[in-house]
Design a protein around this ligand. Structure first.
Ligand code: ADP
Ligand code: MG
Ligand code: ZN
Length: 562
């Protein structure tokens, strides 16, 4: 029998599935041949089988590196149930269990071993591995190696040594987080230059994406959303802070919803208990921080709500990807507000990361905002972010279903694009805006850009409006941000029709601008950014008046919003 037949037999007899999903078979073939692979597949796509089956097909034990103990234990339990000799090594084991596991390993009695990265890289364990036959290394949740990602694990960095220590053993890195930057970082850090790439389609057509920019009564909206559409159904509600998790869970309970809190500040026991109830009982709504969810495999989660802005599109995609794994209709609803933008920016600024790191984080946040402000198909933009280009609008997201109120930003967009072109496609947003506004600063003079034709042609918009417009140009793929972290912008091929006026750029009018308070303002700022600064400006004026001081002595945004 050839390997393919054997592997199909294992799929059916050990795992009980009738056929492979794309591209599981090719990944398995690659590893069985002894080659490396990089696997990008959405959450729930079926990454585990891609290393489990080749581990069974090759001689020796398959070593799986996994970041979460709970995740390991679930997989090991499932494998054992299927008759596979599987084990795990992690800090949850007693000294005795640990020793027993090592003996099994030494005697060649294990087919799959799940290991926490810090265990794997100890010198004792490395020399033990040198003495035995290894089928493959699988590095699961490989995006944890990315320092710029949202799940960074310092221990993952050391995994690069596997390449030198075990040159003959095939390695596979697997993740559901797939933007270009993370991908490159995984390849570089894990020394996977020779790996074959398997990138699956990222579309989750059964998930409807929705964004609400009216977060003034988000809780009430959440309640109505659950009661009207998803009564007695399972869902996840993400909040930024532990405090908000607690409050929201209690409030939902009072309204008769079966809600449970989950965050890293709770005891291990309570967390395990709530997770268990979420998985086993019907219709539990888990109110959680992002500490909840990695490796959770519950097929019938009907909705994922974000009460706060996530800090990046990768995080958002991964979190919403937990909805509708069974393929039935599901919904992702996001509330965003100006306070979140401030809070998240402060997180970035106050972190002890280096400057480059901070700039990248800020850019990610900008991309997230750009997504919220879209007036075109959200799915298209989301998929484009992961390099998965779709020609047609989806017809199933909120902007497709209820096109928002817009203003025509085509001419302004043309000015912006031509400014990028005339300054040589290497400057960031702030600089470009200064050129458009005709600011005659030292830097502009040094580059001679006070003499380009786009200098000062953009005074019809202010800085905040320009920022919002640039965000849209980036979010919709007309401009590309360089991957080196300097924020330099380049024109994309797709900007031609826009420059020629064959397509038009529509920009979103905020809800707030239509209602009461903000309409009274003189300046009609556009976008979240604009409204944010306008709100701050107002607040600053009020405070100044209250304290009887001139407005310019009140300068710190944090104190303004406190
Ligand atoms: P991922 O790690 O990509 O998030 P998993 O490996 O945990 O996904 O698989 C998600 C679910 O899909 C699991 O319930 C798994 O058993 C199921 N699955 C994987 N491959 C197949 C297949 N070929 N046929 C049927 N179900 C599959
Ligand atoms: Mg997985
Ligand atoms: Zn759409």
């Amino acid at each position: 029998m050839n390997t393919r037949d054997t592997s199909l037999q294992i799929l059916q007899q050990v795992f009980g599935y009738s056929s492979y999903r794309q591209p599981q078979q090719q990944i398995i073939d690659t590893l069985v041949r002894g080659e490396d692979a990089l696997v990008l597949m959405p959450t729930g796509g079926g990454k585990s089988l891609c290393y489990q089956i080749p581990a069974l097909l090759r001689s020796g034990v398959g070593i799986v590196i996994s970041p979460l103990i709970a995740l390991m234990q679930d997989q090991v339990a499932a494998l054992r149930q299927a008759g596979v000799a599987a084990g795990a090594l992690n800090s949850a084991l007693s000294a005795e269990e640990d020793a027993r596991m090592r003996t099994l390993l030494r005697n060649g009695e294990l087919q799959l071993l799940y290991v926490a990265p810090e265990r794997l890289m100890t010198s004792g364990f490395q020399s033990l591995l040198q003495q035995i036959d290894i089928a493959l290394f699988a590095i699961d949740e490989a995006h944890c190696v990315s320092q710029w990602g949202h799940d960074f694990r310092p221990e993952y960095i050391q995994l690069s040594a596997l390449h030198e220590n075990f040159p003959g053993v095939p390695r596979v890195a697997l993740t559901a987080t797939a933007d270009e930057l993370t991908r490159r970082e995984i390849i570089q850090r894990l020394k996977l230059e020779r790996a074959r790439h398997f990138i699956s389609g990222f579309d989750r057509p059964n998930i409807r994406y929705r964004v609400s920019d009216d977060s003034s009564n988000a809780r009430q909206q959440l309640l109505r959303f659950i009661q009207l559409n998803y009564a007695q159904q399972a869902g996840i509600v993400y909040c930024l802070s532990r405090r908000k998790v607690e409050d929201t869970a209690i409030w939902l309970q009072k309204q008769g919803i079966q809600a449970l809190p989950y965050h890293a500040g709770m005891s291990q026991q309570d967390r395990a208990n709530h997770q268990d109830r979420f998985l086993r009982e019907d219709g539990v709504v888990m109110v959680a921080t992002i500490a909840f969810g990695m490796g959770i495999d519950k097929p019938d989660v009907r909705f994922v709500v974000h009460m706060n802005l996530p800090k990046s599109l990768e995080a958002y995609y991964q979190e919403t990807g937990r909805a509708g794994r069974d393929g039935e209709p599901a919904e992702a609803l996001l509330f965003y507000n100006l306070q979140d933008v401030i809070t998240l920016r402060q997180f970035v600024e106050q972190s002890d990361a280096d400057e480059l790191h901070k700039r990248i984080e800020t850019q990610k946040l900008e991309r997230m905002l750009g997504y919220c402000e879209l007036t075109s198909c959200r799915r298209q933009a989301l998929l484009a972010y992961f390099g998965d280009v779709q020609k047609e609008a989806c017809g199933n997201c909120d902007t497709c279903l209820n096109p928002p109120e817009t203003w025509d930003g085509t001419v302004a967009a043309q000015k912006a694009l031509s400014c990028v072109h005339h300054t040589g496609q290497r400057f960031g947003v702030n600089y470009l805006i200064d050129v458009l506004l005709g600011k005659n600063n030292e830097r502009i003079q040094r580059f001679g850009h006070d003499r380009v034709s786009t200098f000062g042609i953009g005074t019809e918009l202010d800085q905040k409006q320009w920022r919002s417009l640039f965000r849209q140009l980036i979010a919709q793929g007309y401009l590309a941000v360089d991957q080196e972290g300097h924020g330099g912008l380049r024109l994309s091929e797709s900007c031609r029709p826009l420059l020629r006026g064959e397509v038009r750029l529509q920009l979103r009018r905020l809800q707030k601008e239509k209602s009461g308070k903000l309409r009274k303002q003189r300046t009609a700022y556009q976008g979240v950014q604009g409204a944010l600064w306008e709100a701050l400006r107002q607040k600053r004026l009020e405070l100044a008046q209250e304290q009887g001081v001139p407005p310019y002595v009140i300068f710190h945004d944090a104190t303004l919003m406190a």
